[in-house]
Design a protein. Structure first.
Length: 220
């Protein structure tokens, strides 16, 4: 299964025909069909046997397979600056990049205009060049369903192109709950950062996701 996932992820457009996949993996037709059917039921792949088969999402299988050629993206929340010298985003991204040994090519945060304004000129050029800011008003930031509606399309977009990791540390509590619900629904790695300790806690870790997809990943 890992060879199948890696093969698709390495293909241009993450797609291939059944015969191309069989030739690359060496799997029997019946075994390959069983694996592809299982991936399709989980919503991981799309396409039929006689048409190109493609991975719908880079996340979460590329995270589990450890495929190095898939770029990483970060999706978090940004709160008010207050007395902080460094943004929660900078802290989280720095910790993640050191812990898992990758560079995040895309950084997206949900925040209010008031909160983003409080960080004007203080984010740092390296982070700012990679950062996309999505605004929401305070009322909707306090509404779990509103946050989910605001972020669902962006989340799916990032899952299709990147190895996505979510962070529910900052922002208002309902927004963090919304992120937890979205990460659970879409099987996305999720972290919480203990800022004072400079430590990451994985709310949805590689091991958690592996257990979720164990039947597929360990298919004979």
């Amino acid at each position: 299964m890992r060879r199948l996932v890696k093969f698709l992820l390495d293909r241009e457009g993450a797609k291939a025909t059944f015969s191309e996949i069989q030739g690359a993996t060496g799997a029997k037709k019946s075994t390959l069909k069983t694996r592809l059917d299982a991936l399709k039921r989980l919503g991981i792949t799309e396409g039929e046997r006689r048409a190109p088969i493609a991975l719908r999402f880079k996340t979460p299988l590329c995270f589990l397979a450890g495929t190095p050629k898939v770029p990483y993206a970060y999706l978090g929340l940004l709160g008010m600056r207050e007395s902080r010298r460094e943004s929660e985003t900078a802290t989280a991204v720095g910790l993640l990049e050191r812990e898992i040994g990758v560079r995040f090519e895309r950084i997206t945060v949900l925040t209010t205009r008031e909160a983003s304004g409080s960080w004007t000129g203080s984010i740092g050029p390296d982070l700012e060049d990679r950062m996309e800011t999505i605004h929401i008003d305070v009322k909707n930031m306090n509404d779990i369903e509103a946050v989910e509606r605001r972020m669902r399309r962006k989340l799916v977009e990032l899952m299709r192109a990147y190895n996505l990791i979510m962070d529910c540390t900052s922002g208002l509590r309902p927004a963090g709950i919304a992120y937890y619900r979205l990460a659970s629904q879409y099987s996305i790695p999720l972290i919480y950062v203990y800022e004072d300790e400079g430590r990451i806690f994985w709310l949805k870790s590689r091991d958690d996701l592996y257990e979720e997809f164990k039947e597929i990943l360990e298919a004979a």
